[in-house]
Design a protein around this ligand. Sequence first.
Ligand code: SAM
Length: 275
Amino acid sequence: MPGKLYVLTTPIGNLKDITLRAIEILKSVDFLVVEDTRVTLKLLNHLGLKKPMFSYFRHSNPEKLDLILQKLQSGETAAIISDAGTPCISDPGEELVKACIEHGIKLEPIPGANAALSALVASGLNTTRFCFEGFLPMNKKNRTVRLRKLQQEERTIIFYEAPHKLISTLKDMQQTFGGERKICIARELTKIHEQFLRFCLAQAVEYFEHEQPKGEFVLVLEGAREIQDEKLSEADIIKEAQKLQKTGKSKTEIAKELAEKSTLSKREIYNLLHS
Ligand code: SAM
């Protein structure tokens, strides 16, 4: 019977963020599939555990993948672990997960810390609808194209960024989304120097022109304003019209004025006021 692969989340800074279930699974599995053996060794030492480790990164050679699959198919259990946080989220794992599905090997996620969600929940921006963009492309042209595609995105957008690219990314964002757009920059989450900087893009650019970015960053960007939200609903139109009528304005004048603030035409509003 084939074994099982656990997709196991580790802390993103604070080692206390390992879950009880993650420790249990780390103890029980036959081997670990890790991004960097040195990083995982630190975690294992902290937990007082010893396990065989196989290093595996995105686009590892096919023989490596085959070896891991063979072991799993022979009934062994393993956990895939990245250097920090949730595997497969801007980290290796996706190819191995797909291969396990193809080979009938069971998968089980062991959830825990993730930088994107930790930043989002304390950002103060809209958490009802959001999307994750991860790292922007390295190539300048591709970055610009990707950002342009996001210009009309109404959901809150989450990005990962390296410190040495932060300023140029913020400048590109200011150019694409305008200086007024809100951003929350979450730095060193769960670590001693954790910090949340809540700015508009123009202020963020100015701040980092004087302050050298250090540490790890998540950028949580406000989505484009929903046009519908800013327009008056039918009920609002009627209320507004009643107020305007008291000022002595005619229905034609009122319809014209309110059409500019709603998605309805002048005629539709005029008819509404007569219904
Ligand atoms: N798999 C990880 C997760 O679940 O969040 C993300 C790994 S990705 C290679 C690393 C990037 O995640 C960093 O460059 C940074 O943008 C973000 N990140 C990871 N840990 C962080 C932390 N403690 N504080 C802020 N950002 C962090």
